[in-house]
Design a protein. Structure first.
Length: 253
């Protein structure tokens, strides 16, 4: 089923070409595949999200007990701490690197493998995940082509390469393919459900695709460069800098 869906989306993107760009709109320098990407956006935004990702995510939040959801979220987040530790080191963020390291060993040893967030109870701050793509951007490696994938959402050449590298760090490297798929699904459902209140902001945009694209690219620049990146970019709604609606598609199983 998924192979047929991806093939259909690919054909749709190839035949749509640049005609999908709104009349008079200038080509975006980071989006050379815009015709294909807009077709993938239609698949994700008009079909996969409203009929799969959104209802499944809301059902997960509504019917799974909160303590169980919290434990799953804690455990999955703990798996990412070693990668965040190493990437923070690469970015010369010594304090954050030490925090990621301490959170991992404390929660692993005393929090039942990470199910219980003992570190937060001990007032050890929880920082956002640091990815290898952030480290590359920190050292001025460009994002490369922006890509919208069916059933996955937005990414770029740099972020895709970064995900491959992050997957080489233990314990993420120890996950089997089914385990990695389950991690992606649970992470996506939590992210999708949390963004329900922001849906109207994207829906009311004159060009939702372009809005989501710029939000994604600004978010990646901010993660790599911090406040310096925002000084060089047009302003967008702050809520979309950390989480914006197209991340919802990540919840699609």
């Amino acid at each position: 089923m998924w192979k047929r869906l991806c093939l259909m989306a690919l054909v749709l993107g190839l035949v749509s070409g640049c005609a999908s760009r709104p009349p008079g709109a200038e080509p975006h320098p980071d989006d050379p595949l815009e015709g294909f990407n807009r077709a993938m956006w239609t698949v994700n935004y008009d079909y996969l999200d409203p009929y799969v990702a959104r209802p499944v995510s809301i059902a997960y939040v509504d019917y799974v007990p909160s303590p169980m959801r919290t434990g799953i979220s804690n455990f999955l987040g703990n798996l990412e701490e070693p990668a965040s530790f190493l990437n923070s080191l690469l970015m010369l963020e010594g304090e954050k690197a030490a925090t990621h390291f301490n959170r991992f060993w404390i929660n692993t040893l005393f929090g039942l493998g990470g199910l219980i967030d003992i570190a937060s109870d001990a007032n050890i701050q929880q920082y956002d995940q640091r990815e290898f793509g952030d480290a590359m951007g920190h050292y001025d490696v460009g994002t490369g082509a922006y890509i919208m994938l069916p059933g996955y959402g937005p990414t770029s050449v740099r972020e895709g390469a970064g995900e491959v590298v992050d997957g080489l760090y233990p314990p993420l490297a120890l996950l089997t393919l089914p385990q990695s798929a389950l991690k992606w699904m649970f992470d996506g459902m939590e992210s999708r459900a949390a963004l329900v209140s922001q849906e109207s902001q994207l829906d009311n945009s004159p060009d939702p695709y372009a809005f989501a694209r710029e939000a994604y690219l600004q978010n990646r620049r901010y993660r790599a460069k911090g406040d310096a990146a925002l000084e060089q970019q047009p302003a967008l709604d702050d809520e979309f800098l950390d989480d914006f609606i197209i991340d919802d598609i990540d919840a699609a199983p």
